[in-house]
Ligand binder design. Structure first.
Ligand SMILES: Nc1nc2c(ncn2[C@@H]2O[C@H](COP(=O)(O)OP(=O)(O)OP(=O)(O)O)[C@@H](O)[C@H]2O)c(=O)[nH]1
Ligand SMILES: [Mg+2]
Length: 557
């Protein structure tokens, strides 16, 4: 009897609950142990790899170089309906302050960003402050600055584009479309007027208010007509440089703020404005107006003088880091598609092809994880506590070298972009696709990076050229140089057949000579073996790059 009774059922439930708890506990315990033993770095590598896999599955779609944003200037603050109250002055004059202007929205190019992913899709300016009693005007709204990466091209969407958001007038009309006349009038009044407490019903019956309302509508209509007649030129901005004076477009920049794209609304008027001979105590004020609304299309066309093009893992990111003496924080790892978005860095070189401020001649650029581990280890040992800054190292080194290092004068500067890997059939969206090539379309010159350790660097080159052409016919004619990277792996310490390695390089050179040429006189591309990891033979690379950039800049003048 007891077996089937409620107690048994209860006990049974309790037991299953217990086992469930034990399971949960067991799971938690095992997962925490796993984390402990996995070690943070492995987990980190796993996380990074997952991110890449995800990005790859997106087929390059998530590379954010195109974005539509709707921008609204800040709303103006409301005017105030108030009367001055003072001792022994029972009916003081109207004293409501005006509302403050809404904040303007500016757009500012910055080198700190490299993608459009941090740009908000909807931007709203700060509202102006409301007016207050005792003639206190509201404060103006602070300006809002939308930061976009240098290289962004901005276009205002035309009026007939379905993606364009409605302007303030159209938006109001939409909201009123299905209302009765009475409701319409009430809504429109609500949006425009502030009444002294308890005075609304009385106000709307008065002639003074009706006259003020008529005037306001007339003013609004005139403003709208003036705008339609003016037909302002649509906004177009090509933000090629961080320097505001260098940008080209239809908007004049403001120092420190950028380009004004949407101005804030006007502040409302306080009740003293409506004081007339007939109406000594106006009990109404106006609300602030909406800011300017605009829809913009942003397209990121990274502007680098030189674009690196290569298979995944060829060492492009390592090369960019080496060319900037560690200045470019590009991620380096031994798996394909480590780089997910193009990165641009500035290369500063001396006259003889050295990198400015490369403190140590023998720089080694390891994989990011290894470098992070090394820094962590140094930190744990306390070595970084007394570490010298870059400038201090330069100064001490300069003093030791009789000031030789201080003479490392920068004579040339250009930008280089590191790009995701390009593989065969990228044009069919294999790998990360080739949408990122949009970024290097405008580069002055392209440089192929191939892995000299791979079995057939020639084949890689052929595919790279095909993919560039598939993206845009004629693009591959911008290629000027082939960097045969990882040449250090072909040294005698690595137990490789030196003769075979040399023959491989020779074969590559011959192949380039016969099949890869540039310019009207069909000069073969240069081939330079390098080791990005150990900063070997970069001087030659830099001198060549300077030559291409100078030539191209000369032509584009
Ligand atoms: N031995 C040697 N290894 C290198 C050299 N350059 C790069 N590597 C290694 O090659 C691997 C890939 O380097 P990355 O710089 O990430 O290659 P990537 O071309 O940017 O690769 P993706 O971003 O995936 O397209 C890493 O393990 C680097 O340490 C080199 O000159 N010599
Ligand atoms: Mg990379």
């Amino acid at each position: 009897m007891l077996c089937n009774g409620p107690l048994t059922r209860y006990l049974g439930r309790y037991a299953s609950l217990q086992s469930c708890r034990t399971r949960t506990f067991h799971f938690r315990w095992s997962s925490s142990v796993a984390t402990e033993f996995e070690g943070t770095t492995d987990e980190d590598a796993y996380r990074r790899q997952r991110k890449t896999e995800w990005k790859r599955r997106q087929g390059g779609q998530s590379f954010l170089d195109h974005l539509i944003i709707s921008v609204r200037g800040g709303k103006g603050g409301n005017g105030c309906a108030a009367f001055n109250r003072e001792k022994f002055v029972p009916y003081g004059p109207p004293s409501g302050g005006n509302g403050g202007r809404g904040g303007d929205v500016y757009i500012l190019p910055t080198t700190e960003l490299t993608t459009l992913s941090t740009v908000a899709k909807r931007v709203k300016g700060n509202p102006g402050g409301h007016g207050k009693g005792a003639w206190m005007n509201g404060r103006a709204g602070e300006p809002t600055i939308v930061r976009v990466p240098v290289g962004t091209v901005i276009r205002e969407l035309p009026a007939d584009d379905p993606r364009r958001a409605h302007d303030a007038w159209e938006a109001e009309e939409d909201g009123l479309a299905h209302l009765s006349d009475e409701e319409r009038t009430r809504k429109m009044r609500e949006r425009r007027w502030v009444h002294y407490p308890g005075a609304e019903e009385d106000n709307v019956e008065r002639d003074a208010f009706k006259e003020a309302e008529r005037q306001l509508y007339r003013h609004e209509r005139d403003k709208r007509l003036a705008r339609l007649e003016m037909k302002p030129e649509p906004i177009f901005l090509d933000l090629a440089k961080e320097d505001l004076a260098e940008g080209t477009g239809t908007v004049v920049p403001t120092e420190g703020l950028g380009y004004l794209i949407a101005s804030g609304g006007d502040g409302g008027l306080g009740n003293p404005t409506f004081l007339t001979a007939n109406n000594r105590a106006p009990k109404f004020a106006t609300r602030g107006t909406d800011g300017h609304r605009i829809t913009l299309e942003l397209e990121l066309k990274i502007l680098a003088d030189i674009g690196l093009v290569g298979y995944p893992n060829a060492g492009k990111s390592t090369l960019l880091r080496a060319l900037t003496a560690g200045g470019a924080q590009t991620e380096i790892a031994g798996y394909a598609f480590t780089t997910l978005n193009p990165t641009v860095a500035v290369v500063r070189m001396t006259d003889d092809g050295r990198i400015v401020n490369s403190v140590d001649e023998e720089l080694v650029f390891e994989e990011t994880i290894v470098e992070e581990q090394l820094i962590e280890e140094r930190m744990r040992r306390g070595e970084l506590a007394n570490a010298l800054t870059r400038n201090q190292i330069l100064l001490t080194k300069g003093a030791a070298d009789d000031g030789d290092n201080l003479l490392q004068e920068e004579t040339f500067r250009f930008t280089v972009s590191d790009n995701p890997g390009l593989i065969s059939r990228a044009s069919e969206n294999v790998g990360l696709g080739h949408s990122f090539l949009r970024g290097i379309e405008r580069s002055l010159a392209l440089v192929y990076v191939v892995d000299l350790q791979g079995p057939t660097p020639e084949e890689e080159l052929k595919v790279l050229r095909e993919e560039l052409e598939a993206y845009k016919p004629g693009l591959s004619s911008k290629a000027r140089l082939v960097i045969a990277n990882k040449a250090d792996l072909l040294s005698s310490d690595n137990n490789v057949d030196l003769e075979a390695a040399r023959a491989k390089l020779k074969r590559l050179e011959e192949f380039v000579k016969s099949d890869f040429s540039t310019g009207p006189d069909q000069t073969p591309l240069d081939v330079i073996p390098t080791s990005a990891k150990y900063s070997q033979n970069l001087q030659k690379v830099l001198i060549n790059m300077r030559m291409y950039v100078e030539e191209a800049r000369g032509q584009s003048l």
